[in-house]
Design a protein around this ligand. Sequence first.
Ligand code: NAD
Length: 483
Amino acid sequence: MEFSQNQIDSIVQSVVAQMQGTTPTSAPAYDSTQYNGRQYLGVYATMEEGIDAAADSYKVIRNMSVEQREKIITEIRKLTRAEAEIMAKLGVEETKMGRVEHKTLKHILVADKTPGTEDIQTEAQSGDGGLTLVEMAPFGIIGAITPSTNPSETVICNSIAMIAAGNAVVFNPHPGAIKVSNYAVDLVNRASLAAGGPASLVCSMVKPTMQTADVMYKDPRVRMLVCTGGPGVVKSVLSSGKKAIGAGAGNPPVIVDDTADIKKAAKDIIDGCTFDNNLPCIAEKEVFAFSNIADELMYNMQQNGAYFITAAQADELAKIVLVEKKNEKTGKITYSVSRDWVGRDAKKFAAALGIEVDDSVRCLICEVEEDHLFVQTELMMPILAVVRVKDIDEAIEKAVRAEHGNRHSAHMHSKNIENLSKFAKAIETTIFVKNAPSYAGIGFGAEGHTTFTIAGPTGEGLTSARSFTRKRRCVMKDMFHII
Ligand code: NAD
């Protein structure tokens, strides 16, 4: 195995730091190139250098056995579990968003439930004409864009899946979460090195920008682009002219009908909606509740950490947490979320309204009409709007409108299988969770694998190793058919 000078320097610095006993145990000062004096592996000054290093690493992984790849993945899982809390703390510190205890759980979920090489399966057809194999091959170098809301979780989840498929990766992480994203890049490379793999199996930048993303889009060595983020970036990656996977925005509605276990529905909805302060794209963002159970539902939400604000207070809060933009040409006004408020704790929103609450308050709830900005905007804040509806048809109609055709996630609490099926068919989302918190949809406390890249627009769904492969057919005429 050959290393570039850059890789050798990084390895030497990493080993020296470890010998000096400066391996992390808590969360001291750090930046996008080092943590506590330990220089990150795989982090480069330019995108070109990152792609060069990924190209070298791809040559190495190309010749590795599947068993060797799996060893690297086992090591990534081990380090992720061990350093989950460190990354959770660093993520909250850097982005000012989310909750340490929940981010810790998210990392552990990624370590435990992201599929590895077992996800790669060969198909075979045999018969009089011989044997035909279809194998899942790597793309080569994958360029990945990652969000600020689940930064290190996405880097590690993508890395496990992409490495399992035999790829090398170059990341252009969200600039607002670059320090913790690069911590995760380094973790993956430390795992690779410990398992006998290359020291820059996944690469990143010191300072990612739109321009570095553009270099990544245009470099012919990058064969596939995978983008996890909001509508702007998904659109840009899909216009790149390359094979791309886009995992975009959602605004998941929840319907609660009058057959549901209301107490449980209230708790499940608040648990899901407040997880990591509502940052996950799958989290409950607005509720459509049957009129005859709406009061009971909101009462039980308040028994589970929700604080009720009036519609007038909701209007006042909307002016604080949303930013108004006027299109100069058309005069049309649109609203977007204020980055100063995304993922903040519930008590900060209460304080903005002059209300003092303690830490037991996990979110604010309000009852509003369908057209309220808190219903129609993907807030990613612990604020949950409840809209009263008369029956299932009205609920579905309004929920589908609020989801804006993202076809991302939707949830429902009901014991009526007709209502459940009707909503699932109408909303056409990638994830549909029945009678559980939204995070059941990514395998947390429920069946199924996890991912932090849910690709609705391009159709891969909950991505896993096989999403990052290309199928190749090999035909043997007449032979290797043993019957
Ligand atoms: P964001 O869209 O602000 O940023 C995502 C990434 O794209 C960042 O790295 C950013 O720097 C980059 N970027 C933005 N515009 C770009 C462009 N034109 N060209 C190149 N790069 C560009 O996302 P965020 O605020 O960090 O994350 C929240 C959004 O992402 C929400 O809308 C959420 O629903 C969505 N999300 C979706 C999934 C999913 O799996 N579908 C997962 C997490 C987040």
